[in-house]
Design a protein around this ligand. Structure first.
Ligand SMILES: CC(C)(COP(=O)(O)OP(=O)(O)OC[C@H]1O[C@@H](n2cnc3c(N)ncnc32)[C@H](O)[C@@H]1OP(=O)(O)O)[C@@H](O)C(=O)NCCC(=O)NCCS
Length: 149
């Protein structure tokens, strides 16, 4: 699918939050305990995204030919805090496009992330390697990974 990537702005937040909530419900919720769900939904709430955008996040949206938002990525320094593709468009190459974008943006840097179990295959295919075992913190299951771009 043909996409462009641009910086996320405050007006995008409602669409970003609903894209995340829908994708979360399909793929990730089953890997979280009630505590984890609560923590994640708080982290992904519109107000929390807006606050991070205003503070310490670098964030981008993928947009399709009709300019609708098809994905979202958020970095805190060299840590990829969030990567979400609209659930009905997953597996059409949008995640890979974000990775190409990151390669340019963070060339020479080691990017870290905490992969959800459902995303392990994607990140491994993109060249990330685990830096520790699959683990659980605050009801959220993840594997820490990194890649030098
Ligand atoms: C994980 C995610 C960001 C991947 O983005 P995507 O646009 O669906 O991935 P792509 O289509 O670019 O996939 C690139 C390659 O990764 C691998 N891959 C992606 N999803 C995969 C899956 N479910 N199983 C196995 N391999 C997969 C494949 O090699 C794929 O290439 P191919 O389709 O030519 O075989 C997306 O599925 C998503 O938003 N998931 C829900 C939210 C989430 O888990 N985010 C990460 C939190 S840590």
């Amino acid at each position: 699918m043909s996409i462009a990537i641009r910086a996320a702005v405050a007006d995008d937040v409602p669409v970003i939050a609903s894209l995340i909530a829908a994708a979360y419900g399909v793929a990730m919720v089953k890997h979280h305990s009630a505590l984890g769900r609560e923590a994640f939904l708080e982290f992904a709430a519109p107000g929390a995204i807006s606050a991070r955008l205003a503070k310490d996040s670098e964030a981008w949206v993928a947009v399709g030919p009709d300019r609708s938002i098809t994905g979202y990525a958020e970095l805190e320094a060299d840590h990829l805090r969030m990567l979400f593709v609209r659930h009905d468009l997953q597996r059409s190459g949008i995640g890979r496009e974000f990775m190409k974008f990151l390669r340019v943006l963070r060339g020479g840097h080691t990017v870290t992330l905490n992969s959800a179990p459902n995303a392990d295959a994607f990140y491994l295919a993109m060249g990330f390697l685990p830096t520790g075992p699959r683990q659980e913190a605050n009801g959220i299951v993840f594997t820490p990974m990194e890649k030098k771009f």
